[in-house]
Structures are given as C-alpha cells and as structure tokens.
Design a protein around this ligand. Structure first.
Ligand code: NAD
Length: 365
C-alpha cells in the first residue's frame, strides 16, 4: 500500500489522490444536521466500491481525509484478493459517535450515499451501528450488513473468524508442513467478537489457547465457555512463549517495541492494519524469520459475508467461499517465496494483477 503522509494546506489534494489511484472522493456537508463526511472511492474496476462508514473524532480534517483514502485503498485489495466482484471504498463521518448522532443525521448521509447511484455501497464500521445502517437504508438501497430481521446478513464476526482460522491453518501448513493446530500455542489478543469465535474454532481443533483483553467481562465470556484457556496480562502478550500470535484487537500492534519481543513463528490474526509502519515492520518480521499472514487477506470473511448478501444471502455459501482463504493464503506464501518479496507485497501484487486483467477484459467489451 502507498506510504503517504497526511495532506497539509501546502499539498495539492489532487496529487495525493492521483498518487494513491483513487477514482473519486466526495465531500458531504449538511448544515442543518451538522453532517460532515468524506466518501472515498478507490477503484471500481471489479465492481461497486464497498466499504464501511467510520465515525470518529479526527484530530484534523487532513487526518480524516487520509484515513478515508487509506482505508478505501485497502478495501480494493481485500476484495480483489478474495476474488469478489467488488471495488474498494470507505467513508468517514467527522464527529463524536456518542454525541453527534440522530435519525436525521444518518438519513441525510443516506441521501449522499444514494446520490452516487450504487457506485459506493456502505456498511457498519468503527463508530457506526446497526441502527445507523437502518436509518441510512431508509434513504438508499446501497447499504449492506443489515440485521437478519431486515433481510440482511447480520453479524459478520463468525464468518470473519472462520476466515482467520483458515489463515492460521494455512500459515501452520507453511511453517510446520501440517495444518493441524492440535497442541499449537496460540495467543489471541482481544476477546471481542472475532477473537471469541476464533477461540471456539481453535479449541475444537485442540490448540493450546491464551487470551488477553483489557476488559475483565470480555475475558470472562471466553473462560466461562472454555475454562482451560489461559489468561495473559495485556503487557505480556508479545513475550509469551507461543507458536502463533493472533492479533484480534486494534491495529498497529506490530511495531518497533513489540516485534523484538515476539516469541512466535507466525503472526496471523483478524485485526485491521496490524503493521504500524507497513514496509518497515514487514521487513522487521521477515528479518526475525516470522511468517506474516497479511491481515486483509485472512480477515476478508466479513466482506465475503456482506457480498453474499448482495447475491441473496445464505450463510453456508458465505462460509464455503470463506474457506478459500486457506488456498489463497498458501498461494500468497508461495508467490512471496518464488518472487523473493514479502507476503504483504505478494498480496498487493496478486490484487493488482487481478484488477488489471479484468480491466483488460472490460475495455475489450
Ligand atoms: P470488538 O470491539 O468486538 O473486539 C475487540 C476487543 O479487543 C475488545 O474486547 C477490546 O476490549 C479488546 N482490546 C482493545 N485493546 C486491547 C488491548 N490493548 N489488548 C487486548 N485487548 C484489547 O471488535 P471485533 O469486531 O472483534 O474486531 C476485532 C478486530 O478485527 C478489529 O481490528 C476489526 O477492525 C477487525 N475486523 C473485524 C471484522 C468483523 O467482522 N467484526 C472484520 C474484519 C476486520
């Protein structure tokens, strides 16, 4: 992904957008509701740009723009590698999700989404909820991930976790020559939605699971279902003697401080944007001989789930498609080895090649 700094007043925004390859960036403003949003459409060669709407109090407008640009680019690669006919997009709403929400606010935002005529399809993300999506859906059909009672696909987390599990198994196959996780020590950081479902899968396979969370009630949900799971203090996560580190909390946990502490052979988890500085920290993992399963490859189950909703939802189909993450992860490891590049670079190359190939077919039409 492009290493690009936050735009400043001295920068030309168009140059930034061109450098990252975005097709369209839409600034939405509504005085009456106080809505300020940015919808970034990175690439629509494969299909409509699908990506969640994040609501966050950004330190500056430039930070909000950069977040929208980066996240939408990431969605392009995630969809392309997963073999979906979707492009990459993402939206950010500038505001406090605890204070600035109202029905009118999200319905006005829904009208902006609708004005793009289906080029951008939205979904839930950090700071937005199912209720917000229901308000958006009152003004546009271009919203996904609605609750099951509204005909949607419901909570994507079990499918995301299943895909992460496939990625963990593929990584074990690469490192140990066998994908059976029985007896393998797996450190799951974050006992949230994805982390808990991942632990269910790991326990079924006989892995030795460690868990960490900053909230006691989250930990208890795990230990009451699986009493043998060992609890690790948040500060000790990186230095635990483990085979596999599965980050399932926040991003940027792979950084200058943590990578030297790691005592594992594999990093494979569900959290988005795990590498704090993409190129530098990828290189540090390689130098330490740790295999990295790129986050956007193995956490694509949620996107696959939402995509299935667009085709007429069936959870079994979504899970079957998610199972391909196993083969795709192995193909990426293979390509990285053959081409002498990082697993991250290999994933982005595979994504770009697919987009290029399909773009050729489309222009020939
Ligand atoms: P969640 O909010 O349900 O869970 C996150 C958990 O991490 C919480 O229990 C939180 O207390 C814990 N946590 C936060 N900081 C921590 C720390 N320093 N140490 C240990 N635990 C910490 O979120 P989720 O839906 O499970 O998503 C987890 C990650 O996966 C996020 O990065 C998210 O962006 C990514 N992701 C989720 C999905 C999905 O379908 N839910 C899809 C793709 C990617």
């Amino acid at each position: 992904m492009s290493a690009i700094s936050a735009p400043t007043v001295n920068d030309v925004l168009f140059d930034k957008i061109a450098a990252m390859g975005h097709e369209q960036v839409v600034f939405c403003h509504d005085e009456k509701t106080g809505l300020r949003a940015i919808i970034a459409i990175h690439n629509t060669v494969l299909g409509p740009a699908l990506g969640g709407t994040r609501m966050w109090q950004y330190a500056s407008d430039a930070d909000a723009i950069l977040d929208a640009l980066r996240l939408s680019e990431g969605m392009t690669y995630k969809a392309a590698v997963a073999g979906l006919n979707l492009g990459g997009g993402k939206a950010v709403i500038l505001g406090d999700p605890r204070k600035d929400k109202s029905e009118a606010f999200f319905r006005r935002y829904g009208k902006f989404v609708d004005s793009l005529g289906g080029k951008y399809i939205t979904a839930e993300d950090v700071g937005t909820s199912k209720m917000d999506m229901e308000y958006i859906a009152m003004e546009t059909e271009h919203v996904s991930g609605l609750p099951e009672h509204k005909g949607g696909s419901g909570d994507p987390s079990p499918v995301t976790a299943y895909g992460v599990f496939m990625g963990v198994k593929a990584s074990a196959k690469k490192v140990y020559g066998n994908d059976n996780l029985s007896g393998k020590k797996v450190m799951v950081q974050g006992a949230g939605n994805v982390g808990r479902y991942l632990i269910d899968n790991l326990m079924k396979e006989g892995a030795v699971v460690y868990v960490s969370d900053i909230f006691e009630d989250q930990i208890q949900k795990v230990t009451s279902a699986h009493p043998s799971v060992k609890v690790i203090a948040p500060a000790d996560v990186y230095s635990v003697d483990m085979d596999i580190y599965a980050p399932c909390a926040l991003g940027a946990t792979l950084n200058d401080e943590t990578i030297p502490q790691l005592r594992c052979a594999i990093v494979a988890g569900g959290a988005n944007n795990q590498l704090k500085d993409t190129d530098k920290h990828m290189r540090m993992l390689m130098d330490r001989g740790i295999l990295y399963a790129p986050d956007f490859v193995i956490n694509a189950g949620g996107l696959i789930n939402v995509y299935s909703e667009l085709e007429g939802y069936n959870r079994q189909n979504a899970l079957s498609k998610t199972e391909h993450i196993y083969d795709q992860t192995l193909a990426i490891f293979e390509a990285a080895q053959n081409e002498g590049i990082s697993t991250l670079e290999a994933s982005v190359r595979i994504a770009r090649r697919r987009i290029e190939a399909i773009a050729n077919i489309k222009t020939r039409w």
